[in-house]
Design a protein around this ligand. Structure first.
Ligand code: SAJ
Length: 454
């Protein structure tokens, strides 16, 4: 008897998960995707065996072809009917936070209600989307029970098991990264382990839902806090005339003695920079806080988490401060200056602009009366921010150049040539692309994150 699996939400998480599960002997997988303006087209693309996810995703195209076209074990629909017969229902929908850092659960709530109305006795529901701790037990579980009249843990199983996908490594990360499987009860966890054991070639870690939820958002909050710490040390370096990157090398060369790691733990000072973007880091610390605020029994403000977030959110403003300071040295104000802002993607050599710090810097400079030209050769749509793909056209006649993203072409800029084409030779480096001495020798007025005046 084949195992019937439904995956709700054909996005970065749902598509690779569905294709991997459909490649397992005995599984039949149906992807459910509503025909929204933004994503409805994926239904037809997938049913033709095409991969709707842009960029290079090793293994995904052939996996979709093999399961959709050859094996016919993976189909996609906008109908909810397949939920009725499903043994497993995976919920892989978007769970964004809003401007007030509150999670927006409209999709999660709606899908949970749809599933509750339709699923059968004994089905296993698995939440794979990133949620605030407490969401599975306090939001999803009541909705499923209310719409089905069934009891979680006895009439059906409920699990939280998060993904760790990264753009460019969707299949790799699902298959190769250890996986927490957090059931409402041990029996629920067991159902989750039975599903994942066939697609994951890494340790499966049984746990409970709340532990798994906290672990997921903590994994990203940890990185955000570490970046904030690096940014704070960088500010001290700027203030005291040291180079953060030299400090970082010295700190991180503390050896980690494998024979006695606890006595002499390694250090991993992260990179300071012009800000923190992406889909995960700007969101997950707020989910961690919101979860405790709403479902925790000990009410307190997690200052390390919150202040770290505010430090990272402030870094684009510091980039603008550095620009103002450098332009003043050149006898100019930001107002009326032509500024070239290099890099709109939030991450180097990527076209991903989710929560990009470049947008914050752009908007702040605009407000101060600058004429800002943004360069990015990889991003197709600046979503309201006009983008220039010709780098030297962007640099020509600029009063200041700001490096926000360390795209590869910026390392090759000839600084002497740059000085020759600029109105005033001002370079602000947010990503440690250039050494201060090299810039100063080329006759530029230079500032950089973590670069104390040299
Ligand atoms: N950044 C710094 N300093 C650093 C590292 C990053 O300023 O030392 C900035 C980057 O410029 C970027 C932002 O932080 O603007 C996020 O960078 P990221 O490397 O964390 O990239 P993401 O957002 O794609 O993070 C993902 C996360 N993976 C998952 O959520 C499954 C994150 O947990 C991973 O650690 C990260 O990929 C990774 O290591 O590639």
């Amino acid at each position: 008897m084949p195992t019937k699996i439904v995956v709700v939400g054909m996005g970065y998480v749902g598509i690779p998960a569905a294709a991997l599960l459909a490649d397992v002997e005995g599984n039949i997988v149906t992807g459910v995707q509503r025909r929204s303006k933004r994503s409805g087209w994926k239904i037809d693309a997938l049913n033709e065996g095409q991969n709707p996810i842009g960029g290079d995703e090793p293994g995904l195209e052939e996996l979709i072809k093999r399961t959709v076209v050859d094996k016919k074990t993976f189909t996609v629909t906008d109908s909810l009917d397949p939920i009725k017969e499903a043994d497993y229902i995976l919920i892989d929908v978007q769970t964004p936070t809003d401007a007030d850092h509150i999670p927006r659960y409209e999709s999660l709530r709606a899908v949970s209600a749809d599933v509750g109305k339709l699923f059968k006795e004994g089905a296993t529901v698995i939440i794979e989307s990133t949620v605030a701790p407490g969401t599975t037990n306090n939001i999803v579980k009541p909705i499923l029970e209310e719409h089905s009249g069934k009891v979680a843990g006895s009439d059906f199983h409920l699990v939280f098991s998060y993904e760790r996908v990264m753009v460019g490594r969707l299949i790799h990360n699902i298959v190769k990264y250890p996986r927490a499987v957090g059931g409402l009860t041990p029996a629920c966890t067991q159902k989750g382990l039975e599903l994942y054991k066939d697609i994951i070639d890494a340790p499966l870690v049984p746990t409970d839902a709340i532990t798994a939820e906290i672990a997921k958002v903590t994994e990203n909050t940890y990185r955000d806090v570490n970046i904030a710490f690096a940014n704070e040390v960088a500010m001290i370096c700027e203030s005291m005339g040291a180079d953060f990157h030299e400090v970082r090398e010295l700190v991180n060369n503390l050896p980690n003695d494998p024979s006695n790691p606890h006595a002499n733990p390694h250090r991993n000072l992260h990179f300071a920079g012009g800000g923190v973007g992406g889909h995960c880091l700007p969101k997950d610390p707020w989910l961690l806080k919101w979860g405790n605020d709403n479902y925790g029994t000990i009410k307190f403000n997690p200052k390390v988490v919150v202040e770290s977030r505010y430090i990272n959110m402030w870094m684009p403003t510091h980039m603008v401060q550095l620009t103002k300071d450098a332009l003043n040295e050149a006898g100019r104000e930001i107002k009326g200056s032509k500024i070239a802002l290099l890099g709109f993607a939030f991450l180097e050599n990527s076209d991903d602009t989710r929560n990009t710090p470049s947008r914050d810097a752009y908007e702040e400079l605009q407000k101060l009366g600058a004429e800002v030209m943004v360069h990015d050769h990889l991003v197709r749509d600046g979503e309201g921010v006009p983008l220039e793909t010709d780098l030297w056209k962007c640099l020509e006649g600029a009063h200041a150049v700001i490096i926000m993203t360390r795209h590869k072409p910026y390392y090759d800029i000839d600084l002497a040539k740059l000085k020759g084409v600029m109105e005033t030779p001002v370079l602000i480096d947010g990503r440690n692309v250039f050494e201060p001495k090299v810039a100063l020798d080329a006759g530029l007025i230079f500032r950089g994150i973590g670069k104390g005046r040299s």
